[in-house]
Design a protein around this ligand. Structure first.
Ligand SMILES: [Ca+2]
Length: 319
């Protein structure tokens, strides 16, 4: 029995790369035909796939368990670091006029644009080094969500065909998130903006386009420019943790009545707003009272760790 299994494993190991190569070629052939049928120029598709092979590192990252064991406390320390706060303040100063103009146009406070930019790519420094065609072709061919990535690859070709960037400059993360604000191609097509008016939506190298695209994303997702994201809160003794859920949204007065306070112990503001309680680290960890804008940040990335850190970084930058 044991030798049969070993033989079978041996055949699999020897046979799979050859099989994989042949089927990737076939996959590329099929994809090219579909792209051309959808109006992408054949010379662009041919040029883009020249020498492309699946990237094993991308598959490795795709198959890694997404849920890390990091607590929110650890995540926050890493993401809302002194260095990121400091650099964020410098960026706010450097781009003050542009950020104010874009913030007014889209109804988004500049500190949130800068915080998203800082968390996504450290203010444009780490915006991904993969050629997007290589990364998305790998995931579309062999990833866990191949249909999703196939559609994103077609979207990437539409962006290239429209001339917003070039094949060599169109870099992304391993999962196809592009540019300084890390938009997937579908988000780019829906929400990217050419703010400086040069005819290209350049989220790779033009700060005006990066800021306006991020602001447009928030604005189209329901951002309220007169509201904050939320705040750290103090919970009363015996608070029922089942009440800490984004599914439960109650007027501030309700939370005030059951003893929830600002973190300094003061009363909650008497605004006619609904809020939820979030406990990213569960019972005993820090508590946050969050408003609708928090839910908007979660449309960008469905993680309470992420959304809370964006809020905390935005506040720290603006201080
Ligand atoms: Ca532009």
């Amino acid at each position: 029995m044991r030798s049969i299994i070993l033989t079978a494993m041996f055949i699999f190991v020897v046979a799979s790369p050859v099989f994989g190569e042949a089927s990737f070629k076939q996959w590329v052939k099929d994809f090219k035909a579909e792209a051309i049928e959808q109006g992408i120029s054949s010379s662009l598709v041919d040029q883009a796939f020249e020498g492309v092979v699946p990237i094993s590192r991308v598959l490795e990252l795709d198959r890694k368990q997404p849920e890390s064991r990091m607590t929110f406390g650890e995540y926050r320390k890493k993401i809302v670091s002194e260095l990121r706060i400091q650099r964020g303040r410098e960026m706010m100063a450097q781009y003050r006029n542009l950020l104010n103009e874009i913030g007014q146009q889209y109804g988004v406070q500049p500190r949130f644009i800068v915080a998203l930019w800082g968390i996504e790519t450290f203010y444009g420094k780490n915006s991904g080094s993969y050629r997007i065609v290589d990364a998305l072709a790998t995931l579309a061919f062999d990833g866990r969500r191949s249909q999703y990535f196939r559609t994103e690859l077609l979207n990437a070709f539409r962006i290239l065909q429209d001339g917003h960037t070039s094949l060599d400059s169109m870099k992304s993360s391993w999962a196809g998130a592009m540019g300084q604000c890390q938009f997937m191609p579908s988000s780019f097509l829906r929400l990217a903006v050419d703010h400086d008016g040069d005819g290209r939506k350049d989220i790779w190298n033009t700060p005006a386009d990066v800021f306006a695209s991020a602001a447009n994303y928030l604005s189209q997702s329901g951002w309220r420019g007169k509201q904050i994201w939320g705040r750290r809160a103090h919970l009363p003794e015996g608070f029922n943790v089942k009440q800490a859920s984004l599914k439960i949204s109650k007027p501030l007065q309700h939370w005030q009545n059951i003893g929830v306070r600002k973190s300094d112990g003061n009363d909650l503001p008497l605004a006619p707003l609904k809020a939820s309680i979030v406990l990213p680290d569960g019972k005993g960890g820090p508590a946050y009272l969050v408003y609708d804008n928090y839910r908007v940040i979660m449309k960008w990335n469905r993680s309470t760790y992420f959304a809370t850190s964006v809020g905390l970084l935005a506040d720290a930058i603006a201080q």
